[in-house]
Design a protein around this ligand. Structure first.
Ligand code: F6P
Length: 368
């Protein structure tokens, strides 16, 4: 469906793209934007693979029509537009190993396509890049927050987080019976980059005994004490431990795997914690790394609702001539905030908030 030449119809044209890591609910957002915008008589151009679709000529994009969105697409994980979490256009890696500022190719592309406003769906990193592009290219930008990490500031939730927390909870539901059958400690490593939101929510919902998050430095002896108390005091033959991928080792090292080409990614903390627990408690321990399973699935209803409300509000903002705003969820309402403020205030697990208080009152060990 990619277009090879720019065809305009005289209608008001807006653009939409998905950027950064995928998550559940992206297609539901795209559908909401297309439905709301086409009802106003506008045309929606979907740019492929984030800004990468504008870095090639002919550009890669497709005109999105209401007819494309039968009800199957909103249920699908991933993004029909494709996405990328690589290739910062201001410092784009070239084949000869050098870096080049290719941002003008993107801003020229937006002009060439006749896009009056761009709706960018992304996390904080993508939003920062899009905002700089919008300033340099003088185009209107509205952002919609999505990330399984739920670390975007100024919004209670980003699209994709609740589904990821649901998947991690379901993993604990599946680990519990096998743990109980084999008298084991099950360690579940979950994603979250530098935020412990998935671990915290899934850990409480899934009945974990220990939850380790990057926001709370842990003491491995406290973790071992908790496991021993589960066995000796509660007389239970198994325990569940949730570890967020960015938790550090006892000596403060983040565990990362280095790939060919030098790229580093989090990985290994689950096994490390599992070994430490086995050594200190004598319990047999097994480790599950949940990884991208948390991203690639159908959005649960809460994420579909958030996606619908965010998509519609983004179109309302464009209609009102607003720009440089991010849609957000606050107090059961969809609101909008300056993109700059959202990027500047990364959301972490609130150490005095309801989730941490709840976990502590349930006797869950947070490692401190
Ligand atoms: O930011 C979303 C996220 O899923 C993080 O939780 C995780 O650390 C990272 O992306 C994984 O990225 P990639 O898809 O490049 O492996």
């Amino acid at each position: 469906m990619s277009q090879t030449s720019v065809k305009t119809t005289g209608k008001k044209r807006i653009g939409i793209l998905t950027s950064g890591g995928d998550c559940a609910g992206l297609n539901a957002i795209i559908r909401a934007v297309v439905y709301a915008a086409t009802r106003l008589g506008w045309e929606v151009v979907g740019i492929e693979d984030g800004t990468a679709g504008l870095l090639v000529r002919p550009m890669r994009y497709k005109v999105l029509t209401r007819q494309m969105f039968d009800t199957t697409i909103m249920r699908l994980g991933g993004t029909i537009l494709g996405t990328t979490n690589k290739g910062n256009p201001f410092k784009f890696p070239m084949p000869d190993g050098t870096f080049k500022d290719r941002s003008s190719e993107i801003t020229d592309g937006i002009k060439e396509l006749g896009i009056e406003a761009l709706i960018g769906i992304g996390g904080d990193g993508s939003m920062a890049i899009l905002r700089t592009l919008a300033k340099r290219g003088n185009f209107k930008l509205i952002c919609i927050p999505k990330t399984i990490d739920n670390d975007v500031g100024k919004t209670e939730n980003s699209v994709g987080f609740i589904t990821a927390a649901y998947v991690a909870t379901e993993a604990l539901d599946r680990l519990q019976p096998t743990a109980a059958s084999h008298d084991r400690v099950m360690v579940l490593e979950v994603m979250g980059r530098d935020a412990g939101a998935i671990a915290m929510s899934a850990g409480i919902a899934g009945g974990a005994d220990v939850i380790l998050i990057p926001e709370i430095p842990y003491d491995i002896d406290k973790v071992a004490e908790k496991i021993i108390s589960v066995r000796d005091d509660e007389k239970r033959n198994f325990a569940l431990v949730v570890v967020s991928e960015a938790v550090k080792t006892v000596d403060g090292k983040a565990l990362q795997v280095e790939f060919i080409g030098g790229e580093k990614r989090y990985g290994g903390i689950g096994s490390y914690i599992g070994e430490q627990i086995a050594a200190k408690t004598g319990f047999e321990t097994r480790v599950t790394v949940l990884g991208h399973v948390q991203r690639g699935c159908a959005p649960i209803p809460e994420d579909r609702l958030l996606a619908a409300a965010f998509g519609v509000h983004a179109v309302e903002l464009v209609a009102a001539g607003k720009h440089d705003r991010m849609v957000a969820w606050s107090n059961r309402e969809v609101i909008d905030v300056p993109i700059e403020e959202a990027i500047a205030s990364q959301q972490e697990v609130d150490l005095n908030g309801a989730l941490v208080r709840t976990a502590r009152s349930l006797g869950i060990c947070l490692g401190d």
